[in-house]
Design a protein around this ligand. Structure first.
Ligand code: MUC
Ligand code: MG
Length: 372
């Protein structure tokens, strides 16, 4: 029986300003869900998004309000006996709110895994890899700073794949920035993420220049509302085009995969509406011949661990992952940090998510944020 569900907003400063086309982040507000059961188990989930409402339609505050007002009373009243039954109940009674649903499912799977003494990866399909490679996003806004940051990451064996955030400057300026970085790091895979900022015509110009300059992957160049243009770009260019914001729930992902609207899907557990939904998207994409990339909403360690469990089950992860969220934050909330080594992350092996949350610290930070 579920005894309590607490939703906490935990703001943590980033190590530097993180500049995207849609926002500049100086802190990340982690949305954490803590579920406790009558028989003494506890589970944690996370529903973090980016830049308030600038990235997605759920904000940290809407997620907390909706969980507290609608999800929690429903779950406490119905007492679903498993994470699967809980998700069926939530999907029957609550429209949308995929981020909030993901946090609840994560916490319930964490409990289920602890109860069964199995890692979450085994509950959502079974892991086929224990380690995943992790890209880093260069988003300081300055070319020279980005190059020295990348060189530091390579020297520390932290990252050797880099993603650049573009779209907020004139196209030729952005292209010059990217190509300067590609030339400085010729052996590294370089992705650009435009976060929907270009029109189709701008994308034709921008991608053509980036392709000639040897850029390896182009992420969500145009609006998520323009599926047919994404398909046209995918067909037109040799450089792989990756869908991100447009990949939402499994049903929409099914149509995108069947129509081959992109060469690669960036899958995010929150955007998918949960861990099993993200697994389903990965399996469908694979069957349709779409390559996979493990995306992040810049979650802290709870969402990152949950994502790692999911991506560990993908039959192929050709474009690796970007599960670096915890490394962008100035504070950790785990007793033992996640195990980043040798350009990757080792997927936790313990029961549930395989992590121990420092709950005193988390509750203290959440309280301090309310008092401000
Ligand atoms: C996005 O659009 O992919 C992921 C990495 C990063 O820096 O921003 C996010 C969001
Ligand atoms: Mg993206």
């Amino acid at each position: 029986m579920i005894r309590s569900i607490n939703t906490l907003l935990v703001p943590i400063p980033t190590i530097r300003a993180h500049k995207l086309a849609c926002t500049v982040m100086n802190e990340q507000v982690l949305v954490l869900v803590h579920i406790q059961t009558e028989d003494g188990y506890e589970g944690w989930g996370e529903a973090t998004t980016i830049g308030g409402l600038s990235y997605a339609e759920e904000s940290p505050h809407s997620i907390k309000t909706n969980i507290d007002t609608y999800f929690t009373p429903l779950l406490l009243k119905e007492q679903p006996a498993s994470a699967a039954k809980a998700m069926q109940l939530l999907n029957d009674h609550i429209n949308g709110n995929r981020f909030a649903k993901c946090a609840i499912e994560t916490a319930l799977l964490d409990i289920e895994g602890k109860r069964l003494n199995l890692p979450v990866s085994e509950l959502v399909g079974g892991r086929v890899r224990d380690r995943i490679e992790v890209a880093w996003t260069l988003a300081s806004g300055n070319t020279a700073t980005d190059i020295s940051e990348a060189k530091r990451m390579i020297a520390q064996k932290r990252h050797r794949i880099f993603k650049l955030k573009i779209g907020s400057n004139p196209i030729l300026d952005d292209v010059a920035h990217v190509l300067a970085i590609k030339q400085a790091l010729p052996d590294c895979r370089i992705t650009v993420d435009v976060n929907q900022a270009w029109t189709e015509l701008e994308a034709m110009q921008g991608i053509s220049l980036l392709q000639t300059g040897g850029v390896d992957l182009i992420e969500q160049p145009i609006s998520m509302r323009n599926k047919s243009a994404l398909k046209r770009l995918t067909e037109h260019f040799d450089v792989p085009i990756m869908a991100d914001e447009i990949v939402q729930d499994p049903q929409n992902a099914f149509h995108l995969a069947a129509d081959h609207c992109a060469d690669v899907f960036a899958v995010k557990i929150n955007q998918a509406g949960g861990l099993k939904a993200a697994c389903l998207i990965g399996q469908m994409a694979h069957l349709a011949g779409v390559e996979l990339y493990g995306g992040t909403m810049l979650e802290g360690p709870i969402g990152t661990a949950a994502s790692a469990h999911v991506f560990s089950t993908y039959p192929s992860l050709r474009f690796d992952t970007e599960l670096f969220g915890p490394l962008l934050l100035t504070e950790d909330i785990l007793v033992q940090p996640l195990d980043y080594q040798n350009f990757g992350l080792n997927v936790p092996t313990g029961p549930g998510l395989g992590i121990e949350v420092d709950s005193d610290k988390v509750y203290r930070y959440a309280k301090q944020a309310v008092a401000k």
